[in-house]
Every structure is written in structure tokens, then in C-alpha cells.
Design a binder for this molecule. Structure first.
Ligand code: B12
Length: 169
């Protein structure tokens, strides 16, 4: 299926972040992406929303092209954990995306709000934040607030999470 990236700039401010919002290959839900786009634009950031069912190759290619300050993966169909592990490996394999702040959130499995072990696995695989159901949006907002447009990557070795990332275990 042909994919088209939709760029919208909303209330973007010069100091705002360039953010890629996307789901992954298996997931056809879209309102989660619309919600995240509107939230981020309301916070003053520029969003490229790649839409639903994004193949891994396209996702990586668009992130390489855009060189965003933040990549936000959202999944709600229950496959997010497995899709996320595959996609973060593909992103981190690219030198230019190896340190780009990248988070995942939504309903990542079929067992409710997730487990510390699942979050830890995702963090170990390379995510900088995991935001599953239950208060995750406020924690996500704090995480985004902790990033600045100038710092295009977290410090080296930072499997380290910003203190407010909602994944402190
Ligand atoms: C509408 C819908 C569909 C529509 C989607 C249409 C569309 N264009 O989007 C259709 C009919 C296509 C569909 C299909 C399926 N669906 Co459906 N769907 C829903 C439904 C009813 C609403 C989803 C929605 O739009 N919510 C509104 C948005 C705004 O909310 P949200 O998606 O929950 O996102 C919020 C949070 O999760 C969070 N969030 C999400 N991502 C992220 C990321 C970050 C970083 C952060 C901070 C927060 C965050 O923020 C959002 C706002 O609070 C939900 C049930 C429900 N009530 O939630 C099921 C639901 C998501 N679907 C489900 C399932 C199983 C399926 C199917 C597998 C069903 C099937 N057997 O075919 C398929 C999967 C298709 C696919 N390939 O992905 C399950 C998922 C189970 C799970 N994860 O535990 C749900 C939860 C229903 C259920 N209770 O079982 N679905």
C-alpha cells in the first residue's frame, strides 16, 4: 500500500521540536495518532504523522529523511511490544538515528497496562521512554518538555531516562 506522510504545522513555535508520530506495520488504528499529533502541536512542536500500517522500511526511511528531534511510536492493537522491538532495532542500526530520542506508548499488549518487565525489555532494546495506559499522557508531556530542540539526542549511553519519563522502575 502506498503511504503518504502528512505534514502539519499547527501552532509550531521556532523553538519547538520536529517530531515523527507513527504506528507500526501491523496496526491500523489512527485516532491514537491524531490525538498525539494534536497534543504535540498544541505544545508547540512540528509533527509529521506517518499514519497507520507503516512498513518498517518506510518508517526508517522517513526518519532518516526528516532527522527528527523525537520519534513517537504508538500502538494499540496488542502487537506493539513485538512490533516495537523489531522497529527499535531497525532505527538504532542506523548511525544517524542511533541516539535520536525515541519513545513508544499505547496499549502494547493484551494484558492491560503492561508490566515492569515488559517496559524494561523495551528500554533495554533502545527506547528512551515507554508510556503505557494509565496516566501515561501526563508523563509523556513531561518527557517531551525535558527535551529541547537544540539537543537532538540524549547523552551517550542513556538507556538513561529523563527523570520524568514514566518508566522509572
Ligand atoms: C476504533 C477501533 C478500531 C477501528 C480503528 C479505526 C481507525 N481508523 O482507527 C478498527 C475497526 C479498524 C479496529 C480494528 C482492530 N482492533 Co480496534 N479498537 C478500536 C477502539 C474501539 C477505539 C480506538 C480509538 O480510536 N480510541 C481513541 C484513541 C484516541 O484512543 P487510544 O487509541 O486508546 O489512544 C489513547 C491511549 O492509548 C494513549 N496512547 C496511544 N498511543 C500512545 C503513545 C504514546 C507515546 C502515549 C504517551 C500515549 C498513547 O493516548 C490516547 C489518548 O488517551 C478500541 C477500543 C477502545 N475503546 O479503546 C479497539 C481496540 C484498540 N482494538 C482492538 C483490537 C483487538 C482490534 C483488532 C485486532 C480486531 C480484530 N480482531 O480484527 C483490529 C486490529 C486491526 C489492526 N490491524 O490493527 C483492541 C486491542 C486490544 C489490546 N491492545 O489489548 C481494542 C482495545 C478493543 C478491545 N477492548 O479489545 N479497531
Amino acid at each position: 500500500m502506498e503511504q503518504h506522510a502528512v505534514e502539519q504545522h499547527g501552532k509550531a513555535e521556532p523553538a519547538g521540536l520536529d517530531v515523527v508520530v507513527t504506528t507500526m506495520a501491523s496496526d491500523s488504528h489512527t485516532w491514537n495518532l491524531v490525538f498525539l499529533q494534536l497534543l504535540l502541536e498544541e505544545l508547540g512542536h512540528r509533527v509529521t504523522n506517518l499514519g497507520a500500517c507503516v512498513p518498517d522500511e518506510l518508517l526508517v526511511a522517513e526518519c532518516r529523511r526528516i532527522e527528527p528531534d523525537l520519534i513517537v511510536l504508538s500502538s494499540v492493537n496488542g502487537h506493539g511490544f513485538h512490533d516495537g522491538l523489531r522497529v527499535i532495532a531497525a532505527l538504532r542500526a542506523r548511525p544517524e538515528l542511533a541516539r535520536t530520542p525515541t519513545v513508544i506508548g499505547g496499549k502494547l499488549g493484551i494484558d492491560g497496562s503492561g508490566t515492569p518487565a515488559r517496559q524494561r525489555t523495551l528500554l533495554t532494546a533502545g527506547f528512551d521512554g515507554v508510556f503505557e495506559e494509565g496516566g501515561s499522557v501526563l508523563e509523556f508531556q513531561s518527557f517531551v518538555g525535558s527535551l529541547s530542540a537544540g539537543s537532538r539526542a540524549l547523552p551517550a549511553g542513556s538507556g538513561a531516562l529523563p527523570a520524568r519519563s514514566g518508566v522509572l522502575l
